[in-house]
Design a protein around this ligand. Structure first.
Ligand code: ADP
Length: 270
């Protein structure tokens, strides 16, 4: 993890409205090259909407967004080749073997002429990187949930992206699979200058993985900083107070709806 300072994601005053529903209400944050950025927030906060706008899958209602120097709403093929995303559609290829799928995708990337000289991952190298060595010849449908998420990451990484998006990568994991997945992300972060943006509703996960955490609640950023910095902050219109000191997570929620209270786990005592 060695953020270089160059801005990779720049979001300012981002708004998104679905009908009468204001889902993002002026979201502002940045991510820098080599950083792991965690967007933390309860279900319904707007995390997936944000990430899909940054990936260029959704058109925003208003605001400024720049990802790798381009507006994702107008991202061209070269821009797309620099970004790693995780789609679920490959799950339809359940009969394919892990090695086959990754080799196929590698060939696809290599065959795409973009301005960028891309050397896709060799399937065997990538399989080793994400720790699927023992499962390379298994059919995808035979993989466990945790192994599938590793394959998700491998698929996102296949074109050697500069920026990798992961939406709730550990949702539904048991503690062991979660732990292993965290090691994978930390390994990727340490291995190079790939910038990673992930979303999560698990405070401990954000704390463990991220160089920078932005907390999204009801479509607004209520905190933005390193875990250490957030320990000092009392934040936001919802009067959510966070203390993150690496081991102890305390929160106090004065939200009258109890929305956050119901969705964040308590760790330690106040
Ligand atoms: P999160 O990822 O934090 O759980 P989402 O971005 O998925 O949050 O959703 C935020 C809000 O936007 C939710 O209230 C959800 O119902 C709404 N929403 C998401 N997608 C759509 C859509 N296509 N049309 C209408 N409302 C949507």
């Amino acid at each position: 993890m060695s953020p270089s300072g160059e801005t990779v994601i720049e979001v300012e005053g981002l708004r998104m409205r679905y009908g009468a529903n204001d889902v993002l209400r002026g979201v502002t944050f940045r991510a820098h090259q080599g950083e792991v950025l965690a967007m933390l927030g309860p279900n319904g906060a707007g995390k997936t909407t944000t990430i899909e706008i940054l990936e260029g899958f959704r058109m925003r209602s208003a605001g400024h967004v720049s990802v790798l120097g381009q507006d994702p709403a107008h991202g061209d093929e070269n821009w797309r080749s620099r970004i790693g995303i995780v789609l679920q559609s490959w799950r339809d290829h359940g009969k394919w073997r892990v090695r086959e799928l990754l080799a196929h995708l590698g060939t696809y990337y290599a065959g795409h002429s973009t301005e960028r000289v891309t050397r896709p991952w060799d399937a065997a190298e990538l399989i080793a990187l994400v720790g699927l060595g023992e499962h390379a010849d298994k059919q995808i449908r035979m993989l466990s949930g945790g192994q599938r998420r590793r394959l998700d990451v491998a698929i996102g990484m296949v074109g050697r992206p500069e920026l990798l998006f992961l939406d709730e990568p550990t949702a539904g994991f048991d503690p062991e699979a979660r732990h292993e997945f965290h090691d994978l992300i930390l390994g990727l972060a340490a291995a190079g200058d790939t910038t990673i943006m992930l979303t999560t509703h698990d405070l401990a996960e954000a704390d463990k993985l991220a160089d920078r955490i932005v907390i999204l609640n009801h479509g607004r950023i209520v905190a933005d900083g390193t875990a250490a910095e957030l320990a000092e902050q009392i934040v936001g219109e919802d009067e959510v107070r966070w203390t993150l000191d690496g081991q102890r997570y305390v929160r106090s929620v004065k939200d009258s709806t109890g929305f956050v209270r119901g969705l964040f786990e308590e760790h330690g005592t106040a």
